[in-house]
Design a protein around this ligand. Structure first.
Ligand code: PXL
Length: 279
């Protein structure tokens, strides 16, 4: 059955992140993608200064009410960067009322990386995000976000015991499957952990010397698209990670503000459709 996903995140008009990534990527997977913009920014906040920011929280209740009265329902709701803490209760209400029975709550807590909160977020936002994150069927944090959500320390160097304690604490608080990104036990490699109630898997791949902005959004969007095409979480995470790696390889070093995913998108579309491309 064809699926319809609702994704809630900002429009960064320029910057190859959030909705400008989620919409093409999930659509390329063959999945209908409805959008709820959480905010409109002229650019993302990672490296640009002087960006505009319009919070769209006030528009959300009427939009949700219209969908309710038009009997629109979603097979999955996937959230990313949200405009304000006040929006989180609205998003939870949308999940409670507009998901089909058994529909998936997919939450990327998109609020921090490299040990730091993104500009504009504070401890109160983290508290509110906990309510959404701990109700997720699938939670896609990086290590910084997982540490903030669990109150554990955010380590730069760690072993598998630390990673298992992070994912274990997230499960204990209510999160379903945890897809933890940026897990690196040695300098040359990095990868993604998928932890379910009875499953723990690690997909490791090369760590490229470059650090591109927006790879988390690209990964979560590809993962969501593949999941909606029937992939199980671990193969979806593996294929999404391979896709992001190919996109980073395709991105010129001077293209600092985002990942050049567009020329590589056809490979993800083929994967989602079960088509083997020639090497
Ligand atoms: O990539 C996450 C993200 C999304 N949206 C905005 C951001 C960021 C990260 O910095 O600034 C506006």
């Amino acid at each position: 059955m064809d699926k319809r996903v609702l994704t809630v995140q900002d429009v960064s008009c320029v910057g190859q992140c959030s909705l400008t990534v989620a919409l093409p990527v999930i659509s390329a997977c063959g999945v209908e993608t409805a959008v709820l913009p959480s905010a409109v920014l002229s650019t993302h906040t990672g490296g640009f200064t002087g960006y505009t920011f319009r919070d769209l929280t006030a528009d959300i209740p009427a939009i949700a009410q219209h969908w309710q009265s038009a009997h629109l329902r979603f097979d999955a709701v996937y959230t990313g960067y949200l405009g304000s803490g006040g929006q989180i209760a609205h998003v939870r209400h949308i999940m409670d009322t507009l998901l089909v029975s058994g529909g998936a709550r997919i939450v990327d807590p998109a609020m921090a990386d490299n040990g730091r909160l993104y500009p504009g977020f504070d401890a109160l936002y983290v508290e509110k995000m906990k309510t959404l994150a701990f109700s997720a069927d699938i939670l896609l944090p990086n290590i910084t976000e997982a540490a903030l959500l669990t109150g554990m320390d955010c380590r730069r160097e760690y072993d598998e015991a630390y990673i298992r304690s992070l994912t274990g604490a997230l499960h204990e608080k209510g999160a379903g499957t945890v897809v933890l990104t940026g897990v690196s036990y040695e300098p040359e490699t990095t990868g993604v952990v998928v932890s379910g109630r009875e499953f723990f898997g690690y997909y490791r791949h090369a760590r490229l010397a470059r650090n591109c902005h927006g790879t988390g959004d690209l990964f979560a969007s590809a993962f969501t698209g593949l999941l909606c095409r029937g992939y199980e979480p671990f193969p979806a995470a593996q294929a999404a990670a391979e896709f992001v790696l190919a996109c980073i390889r395709r991105t010129e070093p001077e293209h600092w503000y985002g990942v050049r995913f567009e020329p590589v998108l056809y490979t993800l579309a083929a994967k989602a459709a079960g088509i083997d491309l020639p090497e």
